[in-house]
Write a protein that binds this ligand. Structure first.
Ligand code: AMP
Ligand code: ZN
Length: 123
């Protein structure tokens, strides 16, 4: 498996071909601000290597998945939301509204967050 995918937005961000606002990085992960923040603090953590989604990452490299999660915890500390609280989310598949096909962890906080689930149902 190649480590990057030519048409992948987040591979391009990792390579610096598309600009991003860096927040935190390790040898195997990179964290940057979400361009369309859904909370006061909204950071994405990605493995530098391309995996299609969190499920593939979990089965192919669980140690790297753990490093992504630990990076999310470090982001929360660095952003000063480790005490106030934060949410870490992987969207996987269409019902979760996943739009970018490179595994990414959302770290959200900095304010009281809304509840999960069923936001689109009116009846
Ligand atoms: P998901 O819906 O879980 O696939 O999340 C994809 C996230 O990537 C969304 O929250 C987008 O706002 C975010 N996003 C898309 N393009 C960029 C970009 N160029 N820089 C930073 N975040 C982005
Ligand atoms: Zn990628």
């Amino acid at each position: 498996m190649s480590s990057t995918e030519a048409d992948c937005l987040f591979c391009k961000i990792v390579l610096g071909d598309i600009p991003s606002t860096p927040v935190y990085e390790t040898g195997l992960t990179y964290a940057f601000r979400d361009i369309n923040a859904q909370a006061e603090i909204h950071v994405l953590v990605v493995p530098r290597q391309h995996y299609e989604d969190a499920a593939v990452l979990a089965s192919e490299d669980p140690a790297l998945l753990a490093e992504v999660m630990l990076a999310g915890v470090e982001v929360a500390k660095q952003e000063g939301i480790d005490e106030s609280g934060y949410r870490m989310v992987f969207n996987t598949g269409p019902d979760a509204g996943r739009t970018v096909f490179h595994a990414h962890l959302h770290v959200l906080g900095g304010e009281q967050l809304g509840l999960f689930g069923r936001p689109y149902r009116t009846g």
